[in-house]
Design a protein around this ligand. Structure first.
Ligand code: ADP
Ligand code: MG
Length: 453
């Protein structure tokens, strides 16, 4: 079926809620799920509106998968969920933050958003600054506050959940607050590609081009998405050049530096690095604690400092997960109505604590393996082939593959710039040797134990 109108969408949602009662229980559905409003179904994404940010996060962290499972079983056209805060919809969508869409009007059956709405929570004053993000923050603020184009493009990069999207939204809010007339287009690279492809299909590329090329500020989030997508890169490259030539501001984010974007055309890589490249580093304890304190200050219940310190120590992966952890602790305190303690936080966060404790860095692996085999740390990066050195190096590569989420090329890079095939060879070789070499397999088990402690 397709949802022709809101009536139909609401009744579909009611039936999903009814089914969820048997999965999650009446209380959860009545308290958390039913109050969520289905906004629209678009390109397989069911957009849901929660009453506030806390609510959105709570539903996202706890029930999203279960909701999706029921939705997509009943309505196969639903492939993913997007939870938003209801105020985004009321204030954000219609605000002049996104450019009107002429491209879309050529095809009236589809959505009418050009950029996407901005999240009201993602502003500069809600961004906590610390060592890992101070450069990116300063650069973003500069771009937002200067009347002339300061540097073009601004290229923000860093790992997932570290604040790239937050900074981009903050820039947009700030520019809008100062000068309502400046047009800003913000969208993910995925959406850019999707719209581009559609304009080709509907033979409407001129309108597509025109539209992008007439904005004052263009922001493209997660540009790594178009790696390996040649014609989209080509289109982006031209749009980019036209805007820069006309002295319009371009802001791009990615999970890697321009030169590390594999599958990106050389000329685009080099062009992306021309302005200011600012990276966001993994969080430090101080930044995590600062963020928790700032978020806890606006929570409905008081969370003791000791508990915040505990979370800051334990949840080290990224800020999104850190927020999720705090939200859970707050929610459980609200529901149980009891004071939060380190023990109760530990219970509520059990699964998160487990995944966070499993994070091992490649440096730790190299250090531990080097000292275990009594070789120099620098031998890890060397090209020496003697067995006393090659074997520990292969063991370290093997453990890096097993214990971190890094790809083979990334691992190779961390071992003195080795090729990914070298890493693959090491992983296979150690896997095989462990079958018949008891000493080796004992060594490796021990190393894993030490590293995961
Ligand atoms: P990215 O785009 O880098 O994956 P996001 O910008 O989406 O990360 O950030 C993830 C979450 O963490 C968001 O909810 C964001 O508001 C929050 N966040 C990130 N950095 C900060 C910060 N410095 N201060 C406060 N909140 C932050
Ligand atoms: Mg992002």
């Amino acid at each position: 079926m397709s949802f022709v109108d809101n009536q139909e969408l609401s009744s579909a949602w009611s039936s999903v809620c009814a089914e969820l009662q048997s999965v999650l229980g009446d209380a959860v559905v009545n308290n958390w799920i039913s109050p969520v409003i289905p906004e629209k179904l678009e390109d397989g994404v069911l957009y849901l509106l929660a009453p506030n940010a806390f609510w959105r996060d709570w539903v996202r962290n706890n029930y999203e998968l279960k909701i999706l499972r029921v939705c997509s079983r009943r309505y196969p056209e639903i492939v993913s969920l997007e939870l938003k805060v209801v105020t985004d919809a009321r204030q954000g969508f219609s605000a002049p933050l996104s450019v009107d869409n002429q491209v879309e009007s050529a095809n009236p059956s589809s959505d009418n958003s050009f950029g996407i709405s901005l999240d009201p929570d993602l502003t500069f004053d809600k961004f906590v600054v610390g060592k890992p993000n101070e450069l990116a923050y300063a650069a973003a603020l500069r771009v937002a506050e200067s009347d002339k184009v300061a540097f073009n493009p601004l290229f923000l990069y860093g790992g997932v959940g570290l604040g790239k999207t937050h900074l981009m939204h903050a820039i947009a809010w700030s520019i809008k607050a100062r000068d309502k007339k400046r047009t800003i287009a913000y969208m993910s690279a995925e959406k850019f590609m999707y719209q581009f492809i559609r304009s080709v299909r509907y033979k409407d590329t001129m309108a597509f081009k025109e539209q992008f090329r007439s904005v004052d500020v263009l922001m493209i989030d997660d540009i790594q998405f178009i790696c390996g997508k040649e014609s989209t890169q080509e289109e982006f490259f031209h749009t980019f050049n036209t805007l820069v030539d006309n002295n319009r501001q371009v802001i791009v984010s990615a999970d890697k530096s321009p030169s590390d974007l594999e599958g990106m055309e050389e000329r685009l890589k080099s062009r992306l690095g021309w302005g200011l490249v600012a990276d966001i580093h993994p969080t430090t304890y101080e930044l995590r604690l600062g963020i928790l304190q700032s978020k806890a200050a606006s929570a409905s219940v008081a969370i003791p400092d000791k508990v915040l310190e505990f979370i800051a120590h334990k949840i080290t992966s990224n800020i999104r997960e850190l927020e999720g952890a705090l939200n859970r602790v707050v929610a459980s305190a609200t529901l149980i109505g009891r004071q939060v303690t380190i023990d109760s936080a530990r219970d509520v966060l059990a699964d998160l604590l487990r995944t966070n404790s499993r994070k091992v860095t490649i440096e730790e692996i190299q250090k531990k393996v080097a000292s275990h085999y009594a070789i120099k740390l620098s031998d890890m990066f060397s090209a020496k082939r003697s067995r006393q050195i090659a074997l520990p190096r292969q063991v370290a590569m093997y453990l890096s593959k097993k214990l971190t989420t890094m790809s083979l090329p990334e691992i190779g890079k961390n071992f003195g710039g080795k090729d990914h095939t070298t890493v693959l060879h090491a992983v296979r070789k150690i896997d095989e040797s462990m079958q018949n070499d008891v000493n080796l397999s004992e060594d490796i088990k021990l190393l894993i134990k030490i590293l995961q402690r």
